[in-house]
Write a protein that binds this ligand. Structure first.
Ligand SMILES: Cc1cc2nc3c(=O)[nH]c(=O)nc-3n(C[C@H](O)[C@H](O)[C@H](O)COP(=O)(O)O)c2cc1C
Length: 366
């Protein structure tokens, strides 16, 4: 397996394991805390609405907040027309940002003749063949606007532009291979593919075959596989089975922020090491301290949503986890932490993925 640094356009990334964006979780504080553990190749911000960024909305400006140590970083844009996304990309690059990621969600409408389209999309993703079998007109139409969008952004900036998308509308309409190839021709530098369809939402398993078909459809740009990677073995397995050049990890990184360091160790033949309880508690404290810098007094309210996760990860006794869900001040946090240092591990249990809330039903953005 290739463990050499990966190039995305002119960017050389130190590892092939990336942090996938999780809106509300993977903001600067979390990114910095994870980077300090080592092994992270690239992080991407939560999705940022292009036009609100251009209008200087406080929320958008907070989402693009970064720091010298918060690199390599891509900013994820979505929403609005191609021109607006292009302008937002320019605005970012003028301020020193080095990578733009377009959240494509699922740009393709459901095709009128699903079955043949699926076969063609997997086997031979050529637009003229799709049109020839019928049912492709709408696809062509949507494909065209998606291609126009990425071209506009690619032409607007001189940094690598990447795209993150799902496999397609539903299992009968897996259009990602075709789109990936089209986007490559428009100058996109890499594609991240979440191996589920829009219809699936977060249900069912990740379709590794769909990721493999996408990786096979492009000529030379890296395809980054994504979805349900929780362990080092999951990430290596995804690379082996799909041929993807890199792996983006979202919920798995929240459950194990050390996963990037472990993958790095695996690549260099080092033995894998679990963090000690001391390191786990130090991570919690560091995450809180970094969030305090960003959020000021709001930190207590915002940090509470991590309580269940830290509770499970650290084996925090029920009464302390409950306090972590409700604490109101910094001194109270410090008091809870000193109790955790004494009593962690009283209640160790597996961390359910369900601790990270996902939308129900079909999903159009990510
Ligand atoms: C709470 C949450 C927020 C997310 N926010 C974003 C986002 O802002 N942009 C994006 O492209 N994907 C977003 N995603 C999708 C993830 O990046 C990823 O594609 C998906 O969770 C599957 O990967 P995982 O199993 O490694 O988490 C989000 C997912 C979750 C659960």
């Amino acid at each position: 397996m290739d463990h050499s640094p990966l190039k995305i356009g002119n960017r050389e990334l130190p590892s092939r394991y990336f942090l996938a964006p999780l809106a509300g979780y993977t903001q600067r504080a979390f990114r910095l805390a994870v980077r300090e553990l080592g092994g992270l190749g690239l992080a991407t911000t939560d999705l940022v609405l292009a036009h609100t960024l251009l209008h200087g909305s406080q929320k958008s400006l907070r989402l693009v907040r970064t720091a010298a140590d918060d690199k390599p970083l891509s900013i994820q844009l979505y929403g609005g027309d191609a021109y607006t996304i292009g302008e937002a990309a320019k605005w970012l690059v003028d301020r020193g940002y080095e990578g733009i990621d377009i959240n494509m969600g699922c740009p393709m409408a459901k095709l009128s003749r699903p079955k043949p389209a699926m076969q063609v999309a997997y086997a031979s993703p050529l637009p003229n063949e799709l049109t020839a079998i019928g049912g492709g007109a709408r696809l062509m139409c949507d494909q065209q606007s998606a291609a126009d969008l990425v071209r506009t952004v690619v032409e607007a900036v001189d940094v690598p532009v990447t795209v993150k998308m799902r496999l397609g509308w539903d299992r009968e309409n897996v259009t990602a291979p075709l789109l990936a190839r089209t986007f490559e021709q428009e100058g996109v530098a890499a594609i991240t593919i979440h191996g589920r369809t829009r219809q699936q939402g977060f249900n069912g398993g990740v379709d590794l075959e769909g990721i493999a078909a996408t990786a096979a459809a492009v000529d030379s740009i890296p395809v980054i596989g994504n979805g349900d990677v929780r362990t080092v073995e999951d990430a290596l397995d995804m690379r082996r089975r799909t041929g993807c050049a890199a792996v983006a990890i979202g919920r798995g990184a929240l459950m194990d922020p050390w996963i990037f360091r472990k993958l790095n160790d695996a690549a260099t033949g080092m033995p894998l090491r679990e963090p000690t309880p001391q390191e786990l508690i130090d991570f919690l404290v560091r995450h809180f301290a970094l969030m305090h810098i960003d959020e000021g007094d709001d930190v207590c309210r915002l940090f509470r949503k991590f309580a269940a996760w830290y509770g499970a990860k650290l084996g925090i006794p029920d009464d302390l986890e409950d306090r972590l869900r409700r604490f109101e001040s910094r001194p109270e946090f410090e008091e809870i932490v000193s109790k955790i240092r004494e009593r962690h591990g009283e209640r160790l249990r597996p961390i359910p993925t369900a601790l990270i809330k996902v939308p129900n039903g079909p999903i159009d953005k990510w």
